[in-house]
Write a protein that binds this ligand. Sequence first.
Ligand code: ADP
Length: 766
Amino acid sequence: MTTKQPTFLSYPGEMAGIMRKKDWTNSPLGPPAKWPLSLQTALGIILHSKFPMFIWWGPELRCFYNDAYRPSLGKDGKHPSILGEPAAEAWAEIWPIIYPLIKQVLDGGEATWSEDQLVPIYRNASIEDVYWTFSYSRLNNDEGDPFGILVTCVETTEKVLGLRELKETNNLLQFATEAADLGTWDYDPLTGTFMGNARLKSWFGLGPEHETDLGLAISSIAAKDRQRVIESIEAALDYDRQLPYDLEYTIVHPVTGVETIVLVKGRPFFDENRKAYRFSGTMEDITEKSRTRQLMAESEQNLSNLVEQAPVAMCVLKGPQHIVAIANERMIRLWGKPKKQVMHRPIFDGLPDARGQGLEDLLDKVYATGTRFTAQERPVELLRDGAMETVYQNFVYEPLRDSKGEIEGVIAVTIDVTEQVMARLQLEEAEERARLATEAANLGTFDFNIIGATAITSPRFLEIFDADASTPHAELVNRIHPEDRPIRERAHKEALQTGRLFYEARIIHHGGAISWVRIEGRVIVDKAGTPVRIVGTALDFTEHRELEQKREEMIAIASHELRNPMTSLRLALDLLSVLLEPRDQRLLLEKAQEQVRRLIAMTTELLNVSKITAGELDLKPEIVNLHRVIEDSIATAHAGTRSNLFSITGASDINIRADRFRIEQVLVNLLSNAVKYSPRDSEVIIDVSLNSTDIKVCVTDKGIGIEPDKTAMVFKKFTRVDATRGIEGYGLGLYISEQIMRAHGGQIGVESEKGIGSTFWFTLPR
Ligand code: ADP
């Protein structure tokens, strides 16, 4: 018997080659040439086929497979060792799965069909899950008996896993859709049908039916948005435009009226004719989001309003760059820059002149730490009108937080206190100057608290009062000579009326020495106008006073000693004038008489003053007719060369109790002043009036008048107003008049207007 090589062994391909080379001598199958024809035929078929195939042959089901099947065995697995081996050994790991099927077929059953079945096999050095779609069909031997199995199979692992993955992706997508509260929709532009998931339908109030008409869905869109949506759909489906479909609108539920604000995104698909055949996408419920957004916008607006209307300079700086987001007019003015230059850019870009003064650090710190920063009267250099200017500011940097509490910026509130600071500095300067002046004049100062009757005093003040810091205020008062204490009390009472404190008093020192102090002060009132403090100075004028006393004594002596010889001289002159005849000698004599008259008048005044100073102004009161006194005074005043027009008005026939001579002296003084200080022939009015307590006499002239700030001083000794220089006088008349009126328990005063005239008046108690 010739052994002829079967034809299948000469086929090209890997498996044919392996089978050719394999030494079959030890195999129970024997050499291939001896194999049954039916097996040879079957092998011929599978080795030719490009479809994965496998054969189990004989009682031991020995294994054969083709090139197409080979990849399913992987690397480092069964290939090529299972070739010709019994199936039970080659496929030990799956034997329990496949054997029943094999047996069923061999026992005369139908060919099997298994789809996507998991049959894990050993390959690639491990047991792998492999999916198969396979069929087992019977192979008969040459005798026509079932003798083997033909396995036709496809590995479907990839397909199965792919499907599974797809399913998972779908699940994930659905999950995402659920989680994001997304609605999904699908529109068929060709049929006009519209589909959506349940959630989406619930927003539109659409029924559960699978499809609806797009028009129905659109009718649920809020009227204000409807047209816009329709236009957007058209624009998206227009192949030439293909505008992105991404918009927000409001849906109104047709039954419940519930409004849902949605964000819709979609994508069209076009066919080869550029016609959209599908348009699908998602729809997100952004009602909450958009409300929050609106609330945030509102709160932003509120903040902006607050800043705009704030009565102080205010701005909001956002982000780590401190970008000026909001700034009110006051702030812009404070910065001194055009609004355009500073808004919506980092603050130090718009305001470069404020750089390098430590403000950057402050802002950075507030932004980083969230701790507010407050500054008082901080000087900031800013460029104003081309020059650097120091601006003093009180400011607060307050962190601004968003709804989650994160710092989003800094609110700056600034108050320009430059004026106050300047004023204070000036005040401090003025105080310093006053202090220097006080020290130079050796003045003591005090600040007396009226309510608490306590005082803050300077060391010099205490020295003047021969006291020290521990001396209580009451004790200080006791240092004043008992006789002078009423003067102090009266002065304090008057100060509450006039706002000014003035008195002079004696201080008794510990050793019994006496010194003179002059107290001057000003009353400070509170907002309600109630006097609360008196601040002022104390001057020790003992030396000055002693000198004055000596001078007064001198004057007293001189005037007294001068009067007698002068009176005799006048008498002698009077006599002479009667006797002297030649007219020119007589004129000379009259001149001498006039000089003597003036000398006497002067010495009389001086004598009056010294009497007053010595407290020797004795009054001899009697009941007199005021009219008579006035008329006599006019006559005396008229005795001069001028002729003025005197008229008496007001109450007549009034009797007063007074020292007739002294009152006449006062009146004569007032009348002659009225004449002296007014134009020739101008009018002088003497008016008498009464009230329940006083009689008042006013002498009004139309003369030169007195400047307002000089009126108080005309009553002082030897005081004359500048303008009256060149007019005869010594500045004593009004001083004496005031002393006389005081002695009568009355008062004297003046109202005057420069260039218009004056009214001098006095009162007498009724
Ligand atoms: P004398 O008139 O001698 O200077 P008085 O004491 O009488 O002294 O007056 C003081 C000063 O008051 C005067 O020097 C004058 O400046 C001013 N004076 C007084 N009476 C008048 C008046 N009727 N009009 C303007 N100034 C007056």
